[in-house]
Design a protein around this ligand. Structure first.
Ligand code: NAP
Ligand code: MG
Length: 401
């Protein structure tokens, strides 16, 4: 069979540890035999980031803006232990942070559902996609533990020196205060990314805040979403038969439990942090989760939601067998290949991405899986495979489809 041809290269961001090992296995077994793979390769492995003073991360983000679609392997975010382990010149920033800042994006995450590993919430027939705003609020807060009696005030000083001042509280004893912020620019980008992604994936969009209590802060989120919807997206939503639905966050949480799933749930930063962990743990495993960063002007970066699986890598280095789940990394590749196929009008590439996903899920449904899934599945008589053999089993299934 002739290999599938590509037009535009994918931006390929290689990574670290166990996921770097899986990355090569996936390419060798599942991609290169079928596709004349065109990529522009960036090695974001920590060793090479250190050698290039992290320039390679910046370059890979710029290339993503240029070509439009990237696929990223999990990477180490350096901490003190990594400084010594890799003899680093500096404690380089998180590559995901660098790339997110360059693309000004929103992260969308959805569980990969498969028969035999059912969500705890029985009526969730389709995945719920979380869209998390990744800027500001409590993640950029300023806090004071106040020692005793006194007045706390909120003050804004404009460029011309004029002040807006509000009393927060007159303390008669020790307490705490917190200052948080967001910007209209960031909220607008977030709204656009959510509406575009909903149209792109043909799903309804939900958004919720606590605007009844937070009449200026949360209300601003609600107003900006409504304005962006009315001015830029309402017609397209109506033409596609899709709905934009705003409600209170507590109402959203109650309703989500009763739905069948199959929609996008846009969340403020903290809500998104908490709710994505709730949805993913209800669906089994971090390795069964897709993750894509989407910029407001339609640039896509696909990755796995989990890290580099360090503990498995150290076992691998000692020559011990590992059973690391490659599903999220495979789906990062299929997501990127499908998007590239759609943008370049290559139907075979889109069809191949669909087929590889079906083969991956069928392999698990046939009872062949890695250890993490074997521990939680309702299927009986499952075969636990090592990292390499799971990927080989997917190839065997792929050949039969
Ligand atoms: P991790 O790689 O997500 O792994 C934590 C644990 O979760 C593993 O030890 C393993 O549990 C389980 N696990 C995660 N992915 C799995 C998979 N594919 N298959 C089977 N089990 C899986 O988190 P970490 O070990 O705390 O972090 C390692 C490195 O990843 C850190 O340097 C961190 O900076 C980086 N990180 C990168 C990203 C990213 O690039 N997107 C995200 C998060 C973390 P058991 O050990 O119990 O089997
Ligand atoms: Mg969290």
């Amino acid at each position: 069979m002739a290999k599938i041809q590509m037009k535009t290269p994918l931006v390929e961001m290689d990574g670290d540890e166990m996921t770097r090992i899986l990355w090569k296995m996936i390419k060798d077994e599942l991609l290169l035999p079928y596709i004349d793979l065109k990529t522009e390769y960036y090695d974001l492995g920590l060793k090479h980031r250190n050698e290039t003073d992290d320039q390679v991360t910046v370059d890979s983000a710029e290339a993503t803006k240029k070509y439009g679609v990237a696929v990223k392997c999990a990477t180490i975010t350096p901490n003190m232990a990594r400084m010594t382990e890799y003899d680093l010149k500096e404690m380089w920033k998180s590559p995901n942070g660098t790339i997110r800042a360059a693309l000004d994006g929103t992260v969308f995450r959805a569980p990969i559902q498969v028969k035999g590993i059912d969500p705890c919430v029985k009526n969730w027939e389709k995945p719920i996609t979380l869209a998390r705003h990744a800027y500001g609020d409590v993640y950029k807060n300023v806090e004071i533990k106040t020692p005793g009696k006194g007045r706390a005030e909120l003050v804004f000083t404009a460029e011309d020196g004029t002040e807006i001042r509000e009393v927060i509280h007159e303390f008669d004893g020790p307490g705490i205060i917190q200052g948080i912020h967001n910007t209209d620019k960031s909220i607008t980008s977030f709204a656009r990314a959510c509406f575009s992604y909903a149209l792109d994936t043909k799903q309804d969009l939900w958004f919720a805040t606590k605007d009844t209590i937070s009449k200026k802060y949360d209300h601003n989120f609600k107003d900006i979403f409504q304005e962006v919807y009315d001015n830029e997206y309402r017609e397209k939503f109506e033409a596609s038969g899709l709905e934009y639905f705003y409600t209170l966050i507590d109402d959203a949480v109650a309703r989500v439990m009763k739905t069948k799933g199959g929609f996008i749930w846009a969340c403020k930063n903290y809500d998104g942090d908490v709710m994505s962990d709730m949805v993913s743990s209800a669906c089994g495993s971090l390795a069964m989760m897709t993750s894509v960063l989407v910029s407001p002007d339609g640039v896509y970066e696909y990755e796995a939601a989990h890290g580099t699986v360090q503990r498995h890598y150290y076992k691998h280095l000692k020559g011990e067998e590992t059973s690391t789940n490659s599903v999220a990394t495979i789906f990062a590749w299929t997501g990127a290949l499908r998007k590239r196929g759609e943008l370049d009008g290559i139907a075979e590439l889109v069809a191949f991405a669909d087929k590889l996903e079906r083969a991956t899920l069928k392999t698990i449904e046939d009872g062949k899986m890695t250890k993490d899934l074997a521990l939680i599945t309702e299927l009986e008589n499952v075969t636990v495979l090592n990292s390499q053999n799971f990927i080989k089993a997917i190839r065997e299934t792929l050949e039969t489809l």
